[in-house]
Each structure stands twice: as structure tokens, then as C-alpha cells.
Ligand binder design. Structure first.
Ligand SMILES: C[S@@+](CC[C@H](N)C(=O)[O-])C[C@H]1O[C@@H](n2cnc3c(N)ncnc32)[C@H](O)[C@@H]1O
Length: 490
């Protein structure tokens, strides 16, 4: 028992079955509350409540999505008596004449996820357990999902990444310092009929000393600040130490060919070298790494962002305190982002840094796997030129962008790029001629053959052919490293 929660897994499994039988799903939420249902906040509840009809499915949305009370009769009509008993047994609601939810329980994809209710900002308790937040979504989208024997989720919170890993891992360990987080994770596994997730309480990797995993996930409590107010946000470590520890420990705990996906943050003492520290950590990790920086800001902007729940004097005091903290450390920039590590059996530890727009991110797990596979193959090539002899195909949807300007009545190319239409949505600068090469790729042909045929079609002379080859190699390499193209046979 942790607070009101009772880790009664039999009751949670019964409740999960009752919820599914009652039609509680993402589709039902969207149907009843509209496309923006998941971005609504506490203040939107009165409006949302009034959208709901009097049906059993709407009762479930009212109870669990909006976290509002219903009569016991209504709850029984939607969940059955056994479902209501299960709700009481888990402590997720208080049952009298009314059923009053103590938690929110959301359909997330095919999963059901219980967590503490809507945030009350400053009034949230120190051990508040959040739901599937925007950062959890970013980590989910960036997690490679190969079939693995063992997976680890560090700082599991309500357990979302552990539950997702349980779909493609033999066994999953979920760790957290917060016992309420682990109670939710245990309940959430049972709610979904998942039996291969085990919880261990402890700090970071302490509970798994000496063990290795094929996949490690961690949405770290990475916010750099002078505070230790909320366990989900503020770690007990200073500066960016929690991120360094997570990254280096993840590398130590990866099995050969294993992947780690982490959300972390890092400071820069010189704004001209914003990623120096995180690059240093990835180099020390001995793994191949991909750093995807989502944000970098000056300390005051960072402080304002993470104190947006405050107003007036309280906000001013917090900004002063945070600014003093960063000033004393000599910090010029604070960055946040994801780091993906791949431990190669044969060694190899190159780093790649890209910016990532987290608002424009789709599921990128497969893309990331392809990116690391391609990187490993590229590292084996004796030279860039050797790429011309490889057979390379297109692995994801691409969009060719060209910007033309008028010149003497004709159109002249000024800019062009090959854009990834899915996943991380990165773009690679490419002339119109190289776009032709990329559009003609065929995994049965060598890159040199594709370049030559394109040059022929465009009527190029020797010098132009050489320039086309050089640019084609450069662009192809970038697209391979981004997982948009793949070597034949991968
Ligand atoms: C940003 S939340 C992420 C929660 C969840 N994994 C997600 O993505 O929604 C960070 C989590 O790390 C946990 N945490 C904080 N300090 C920790 C530590 N030293 N060791 C392990 N977990 C910790 C918090 O309790 C919280 O659950």
C-alpha cells in the first residue's frame, strides 16, 4: 500500500477487463470529447463534462478521463459490480453513494494508464506521479523497439515505458525512488494484463547493479535548477549530474547490440559550444550515439519556462533564485534533448548531433534502428568514395523540396533539400541534380550506376559528373545516417 493505492494486481486485472468491455478506449475519448481531448487541462473540464451524453461509455470518460464523480448506479452500469469492487480494492476510487476517482486513468494507444490526476501546479505533492506527458511521448517516439530478452526503464513513474517495452521484451525491470510510482506501475501492468514487468525501488541504476539489458529507457528528472521540490522533475543531484550519471550508467548496463533512449539536459559554460558536455559524455560512453537537441535557452528563459505555474512575486522570487544559481555556476546556456546509445559488439563510438523539433515528431523507432545499422556499415567502409560501390535503397517516405527564383525570364534553383516525411522529419540540403539521384535510387543498383545514369540523362560533362558524384556521396551518407536510406541487405 502506498498512499491510497493498493497494488492488488488481481483487482487491477479485473478492472482492466471491465474497462475494455465497457468500451473505454482512445477512440471513445476522441469520439466523445473531440480531437483536442488529450491536450485539455483541468480548466477545460467543465466544458468537456457538458459534451458527454448519458451512456455507459460516457460514464467511464467522466470518471477516468475527466476524473469526476458519478453515482454508484452509473458506475455499475458501465463497469459491472465486480468492476466497481475492483476499483475500490485498488484504491483508485472511493466508493459510497458516489464513486469518486482518486486518480486519472487514460487510454494511451492500446494501453490503460493510471496516474495522479490533473496537475495542481504548486500544490502537487512532492511525490506526484504524472501521466503520459509530452516528454513521455517524445521518449516513446524515439525508442528503438527491437525484440530483446531484457529491458530496463529507469525512473519509470506511472510505468509507461516499461509497459511499452513489455510488448517486445521477454522481461522488463522498472525502477524508481518513489514508492507511489512503483505502486502505479504495478497496477498499470495488471490493468493491461502484462505479467513480465517487475518493479524495484532505488536510485537510478542501483537496483540493477551488474545486470545488462538489450533496451534501456529513461525520461530522467533532468530539470536543472536550485530546487528539489518534485521528485519527477528535480533530481537530488546538482547541475546536470543526473543526466551524466544516467548516460554513463546506461552505457555500462547495455548488452552487446543494445540500445538506450534517454531524455536528459546539459549546461554550457560557453554558448559557442552548446553541446560540448553531452558530446563528452557520449564519447566516454564507448557507444555510438545520436544526440537530438530539442531546446537550448539562456538561464533566465529556462527558469521562466519551468516556473510558468507561478505568477507575481512568487515568479519574481523564483526567477531571481534560479538566475543566481546559474550565475554562480557560470552557465550561459541550458539544453534539453534526447540521447540514443547503441553498444556495438565490435566497439565503435561515433557521436552525431542534430536538432529535433519535438512538436513535429512521429514514431521514429524504426528509423533510429536503421540509422544506427547504417552508421555501423558506414564505419566499415574504407573511404567515402567506397559508398559509390554500395547498393542503397530508400527506407522511408521522402519529400523533395526546391526553391526557384526568377532570373531573366527563367527559373533558377536557389535552394533544395531532401526531407524525411515521417519520424524525426529531418532535412538534408541537396541540389536539384542530387534530388534526381535520390529519386532514382534502386537497391539493386550501385550508387555509381545511379549517378552515371542521372548524369547521362542530364547531359553532364566530366567535370559536372565528378561534382554530382561528390555531392551524391555526401547527401547519401547523411540520409543513411538519418535512417532514411538503407544498404541493401540491412
Ligand atoms: C520525468 S519523470 C518520468 C516518468 C516516466 N518515466 C515518464 O516518462 O512519464 C522522472 C521519474 O524519475 C523518478 N526519479 C527521480 N529521481 C530518481 C532517482 N534518483 N532514481 C530513480 N528514479 C528517480 C521520478 O520519481 C519520476 O518517476
Amino acid at each position: 500500500m502506498s498512499g491510497n493505492l493498493v497494488a492488488d494486481t488481481v483487482a487491477a486485472e479485473t478492472l482492466g477487463t471491465a474497462l475494455r468491455r465497457g468500451g473505454y478506449s482512445e477512440d471513445a475519448v476522441y469520439r466523445l470529447l473531440g480531437d483536442d481531448a488529450y491536450s485539455s487541462e483541468r480548466g477545460d473540464t467543465p466544458t468537456d463534462e457538458r459534451r458527454l451524453p448519458q451512456t455507459p461509455a460516457a460514464t467511464l470518460v467522466r470518471l477516468f478521463f475527466l476524473q469526476l464523480g458519478v453515482t454508484t448506479e452509473e458506475a455499475e452500469a458501465a463497469l459491472g459490480r465486480s468492476g466497481v469492487d475492483a476499483l475500490e480494492a485498488t484504491g483508485l476510487a472511493e466508493i459510497g453513494d458516489q464513486v469518486i476517482p482518486r486518480a486519472r486513468l487514460l487510454p494511451i494507444g492500446k494501453l490503460l494508464l493510471a496516474s495522479d490526476g490533473f496537475s495542481r501546479d504548486v500544490d502537487d505533492p512532492a511525490d506526484y506521479v504524472a501521466t503520459y506527458t509530452p516528454t513521455a511521448r517524445v521518449l516513446d517516439s524515439l525508442t528503438p523497439r527491437p525484440r530483446v530478452e531484457r529491458a530496463l526503464d529507469v525512473g519509470t513513474g506511472s510505468g509507461i515505458h516499461a509497459l511499452l517495452a513489455a510488448q517486445h521484451a521477454g522481461r522488463v525491470i522498472a525502477t524508481d525512488v518513489n514508492p507511489r510510482a512503483l505502486a502505479y506501475t504495478t497496477l498499470n501492468a495488471a490493468l493491461n494484463g502484462i505479467h513480465n514487468v517487475k518493479c524495484r525501488q532505488g536510485s537510478l541504476f542501483e537496483p540493477v547493479e551488474g545486470e545488462t539489458f538489450g533496451l534501456i529507457t529513461c525520461n530522467a528528472p533532468y530539470v536543472i535548477s536550485p530546487e528539489t521540490r518534485w521528485v519527477y522533475r528535480d533530481s537530488e543531484f546538482s547541475e546536470d549530474e543526473v543526466s551524466e550519471r544516467v548516460l554513463l550508467s546506461a552505457a555500462e548496463h547495455l548488452a552487446d547490440d543494445g540500445y538506450a533512449a534517454m531524455l536528459v539536459s546539459w549546461i554550457a559554460l560557453d554558448e559557442k559550444a552548446p553541446d560540448e558536455r553531452v558530446i563528452g559524455w557520449t564519447e566516454a560512453s564507448g557507444c555510438n550515439s545520436w544526440i537530438l537537441s530539442t531546446m537550448n535557452s539562456d538561464p533566465l528563459t529556462h527558469a521562466a519556462e519551468w516556473n510558468s505555474h507561478l505568477v507575481g512575486e512568487a515568479l519574481g522570487d523564483a526567477l531571481d533564485e534560479w538566475a543566481r544559481y546559474f550565475d554562480e555556476l557560470g552557465v550561459e546556456l541550458v539544453s534539453e534533448g534526447a540521447v540514443i546509445l547503441h553498444k556495438r559488439s565490435g566497439g565503435g563510438h561515433s557521436s552525431r548531433v542534430d536538432e529535433l523539433d519535438e512538436e513535429d515528431l512521429d514514431d521514429a523507432g524504426d528509423q533510429i534502428l536503421r540509422a544506427f545499422e547504417a552508421r555501423a556499415r558506414l564505419e566499415e567502409l574504407p573511404s567515402d568514395k567506397a559508398l559509390l560501390e554500395e547498393r542503397i535503397g530508400v527506407a522511408s517516405s521522402l519529400r523533395l523540396e526546391r526553391e526557384l527564383e526568377p532570373a531573366g525570364g527563367r527559373a533558377v534553383d536557389v535552394e533544395g533539400s531532401v526531407d524525411l516525411a515521417d519520424g524525426t522529419k529531418h532535412a538534408v540540403d541537396a541540389s536539384a541534380d542530387v534530388q534526381e539521384v535520390i529519386a532514382s535510387l534502386d537497391s539493386r543498383l550501385r550508387l555509381s550506376e545511379v549517378v552515371d545514369t542521372t548524369a547521362d540523362r542530364l547531359g553532364f560533362d566530366d567535370e559536372e559528373i565528378e561534382a554530382l558524384r561528390e555531392e551524391a556521396v555526401e547527401v547519401t551518407r547523411e540520409l543513411l545516417e538519418l535512417g532514411a536510406l538503407r544498404f541493401r541487405g540491412d
